[in-house]
Every structure is written in C-alpha cells, then in structure tokens.
Design a protein around this ligand. Structure first.
Ligand code: NAD
Length: 356
C-alpha cells in the first residue's frame, strides 16, 4: 500500500515525520506492507520548481492509496502571484483527486476539556464528526461580482446542488455513522431554501431505503450552531452542505480547546487526503516544538478510511491516549506538572506505545 507524503511548509516536515514513524510502527504491528513516497508540495515546491503542485507530486498522489499532508503556506510566499501560491496548489490537488467530502472529527478529550471555551462538564466527552460537502453549493455556483443593475449595485452567488451530489455525500455520512454511534444529524435551512428541501428529502429517502439501522434527524443550521454550544454531546455525525459545513466545522473545532489535536480527511471515490486542521505555524517552524498529534490522528483516519484498517486506526488512537495518559505533552499543552517533549519525542512515544 502506497502512501504519498506531502510535508509541505512551516512545521509540516516535523509533524509529518512523526506521523510516518507512527504509521511505520502500525505497519509492523498489523503486517501491512506500507511504502512512503515523499514529494514536494506548496511553497517549498514553488521554490524548487516554480509551481506549488509539480507534476511528479500529482502523479504520485493519484497513484497512491492515501495522501498524508502536513500544511502549506507562510509569509515567505504571500507576495507570489495568486495562481502559484501554495494554497492554490492545495485547491488544484483537491480538484485533481475529486475530493468532494470533508471529514472533520472533533473530540473534546479529557486532556484538553479544561481549555475549551465551554464549561468543562458541557464540553468533556463531546465526540462528533462533521461531514461537509466540498465541491458544490454556493462556493461553486454562478458568481456575479458587484455591478450596477438598473442603477443599483448588485452581486449574487448561486447555491446549486444536484441529486447525485447529495447522494454521494450522504452515503459517506451514513457509512461513517456505521463505524461510530449510528446517528446522523442532517443540517440544512429547509424552511427557506429549495436546495435544502431537496437535500432533506433525498437524505431521508436514502436512510429509509438503505440505512434503516441509522438514527436520522434533521436540524436547521441556525439551531445547530446554538446546539453545538448548548449540548455538543448530542451529536454523532453532522451531515451538511459546503457553506454550512465550513462555518460549523470551525465553530466545533474551537470547542475542543486546542487545534493541535484535530485531524481531518478529504475524500472522493479514489485517493483520500489526510491533514491536521491547523496551518503551517511559521512562528514555531523548525523549533521542534509543534504538536504532531493532529497529524498522527490524521494518519489514523488514513488507515481507517483509505486502507480500511480499522484495527490499526484504533490502535494508533489508543497509543495517543496512552502517551497523553502518561503525562507527555508538547509545548502547546504542557504545564509545569506534565512532561514536556519535542515533536520528535512525541512521535517516538506514540510509535513505542503502539508497538507494545
Ligand atoms: P496556523 O494554524 O498555522 O497557526 C495558528 C496558531 O496556532 C499559531 O500560533 C501556531 O503556532 C499555532 N499552531 C498551529 N499548529 C500548531 C501545532 N501543531 N502545534 C502547536 N501550535 C500550533 O494558522 P495561521 O497562522 O493563520 O496560518 C499560517 C499559515 O498557514 C498561512 O500561510 C496560512 O495560509 C496557512 N494555512 C494552511 C493551511 C493548510 O495547509 N491546509 C490551513 C490553514 C492555514
């Protein structure tokens, strides 16, 4: 099984190295023959080749079973022309891999619950997955920039969804719920929007026909944004469209208390892309202090969703817990009574816990 590794920029090389060490340990333990192909991507690729997504990188990703990605960007490339910026490379890669589905899990672990902006008892134990449609809706509908229409400045953006687009994302959510607690909350604005009414009807029909074992409820997006704060533990899988998912996933991630622990996956019908939710953290790059656990947990998602190795995925997640239980933390989460370790040491510790 081939994994393309795209360390990218900033802290990317440090955190992906730690995750590769953990994947290697998982490969040994579960007898998986994993190979890693490291490629240039983002600002470092621009420096070396003049573009953020070189052909060799794209070819490697397209031929891989999964792509492990750190992050791209940083002030060094802020002045680069828009079509060659590191972030543009990421959009190109997502498009080339046909990634129409974004998974953003959010767990308030006992280690970070005290850092949550919510009261600890409300936040602690929350464990949800946001399944966001990624290539349709208002971000991709017809855009009309501001212009005078009948003498009045006017702009518009069209929300458009087709039945197949809704079916394929709903299927991802139902399948994910089967591996979790079996509950899907579909979030829309069906009291106002025609696209939402179609979304709601199609999702309900799919549940009734193909997923009778899944508990499905529907919720308006305005209510969902309140419920995430009032009672985040009520949610298992949240299924939603592009724009609502964009907003709700950022809201949910703040509940976790730290971005350093949160993984994500972008999926299509072929190769999936796995990355932590944070950026390239240029302020701490090269210092060996970045938290690699978001990337290590992204690697666990790669094992689960792309390689279909649920036992190995669970073992990686358990190893992270074991290391946290033993009191080890990187600088972002360290307090005087805990054991502060570097990025690299954290990778070693998780790999060792996994091997046991
Ligand atoms: P950021 O997530 O990089 O950093 C925000 C803060 O969190 C910083 O103080 C940083 O030090 C800290 N932080 C982030 N990850 C951490 C980790 N693993 N361990 C410890 N601390 C961590 O967000 P930003 O500063 O807004 O963006 C920096 C660059 O990253 C920008 O160029 C932006 O475009 C890019 N970016 C890339 C991606 C991506 O590659 N998918 C996503 C977001 C931002």
């Amino acid at each position: 099984m081939k994994i393309t590794v795209l360390p990218g920029d900033g802290i990317g090389p440090e955190i992906t190295a730690a995750a590769v060490e953990v994947l290697t340990a998982a490969g040994k333990k579960f007898n998986l023959s994993l190979t890693f192909d490291k490629q240039l991507f983002g600002g470092c690729a621009y420096d070396a080749t003049g573009i953020p997504l070189p052909e060799a990188t794209l070819a490697s990703a397209q031929g891989a079973d999964g792509v492990l990605f750190g992050d791209v960007g940083g002030p060094k490339w802020d002045g680069v022309e828009p079509t060659k910026r590191p972030e543009k490379g990421l959009l190109q890669l997502r498009k080339a891999l046909g990634l129409y589905c974004n998974f953003r899990p959010m767990q308030v672990s006992k280690y970070t619950a005290h850092l949550s902006p919510l009261k600890t008892d409300l936040a602690k134990g929350a464990d949800l997955l946001i399944v966001r449609e990624l290539t349709g809706g208002i971000y991709f509908g017809e855009h009309k920039e501001a212009a005078l229409v009948n003498g009045v400045e006017t702009a518009s953006d069209v929300e458009l969804y087709t039945k197949p687009e809704i079916e394929r994302i709903a299927k991802k959510a139902f399948e994910a719920a089967k591996l979790r607690r079996g509950k899907v909350t579909s979030v829309d604005k069906a009291n106002v929007l025609g696209t939402s009414r179609m979304w709601r009807r199609i999702v309900q029909q799919m549940r009734d026909k193909d997923y009778p074992e899944i508990e499905l409820n529907h919720m308006y997006v305005d209510n969902c944004s309140m419920q995430l704060i009032l009672n985040p533990k009520q949610f298992d899988v949240i299924l939603t469209n592009n724009i609502f998912g964009d907003i709700l996933s950022d809201e949910a991630s703040t509940i976790a208390g730290s971005i350093g622990l949160l993984p994500s996956a972008s999926l299509g019908d072929g190769t999936g892309l796995y990355e932590p939710i944070h950026g390239s953290a240029p302020d701490i790059a090269g210092k060996g202090i970045a938290n690699p656990l978001g990337t290590i947990l992204s690697a666990a998602m790669l094992l689960r969703y792309s390689l279909k190795q649920e036992a190995a995925a669970k073992a990686v997640e358990k190893a992270v817990e074991t290391v946290m239980d033993a009191g080890y933390r990187t600088a972002d989460l360290a307090t005087p009574e805990l054991k502060k370790v570097s990025t690299q040491e954290m990778g070693h510790l998780v790999a060792q816990a996994l091997a046991k």
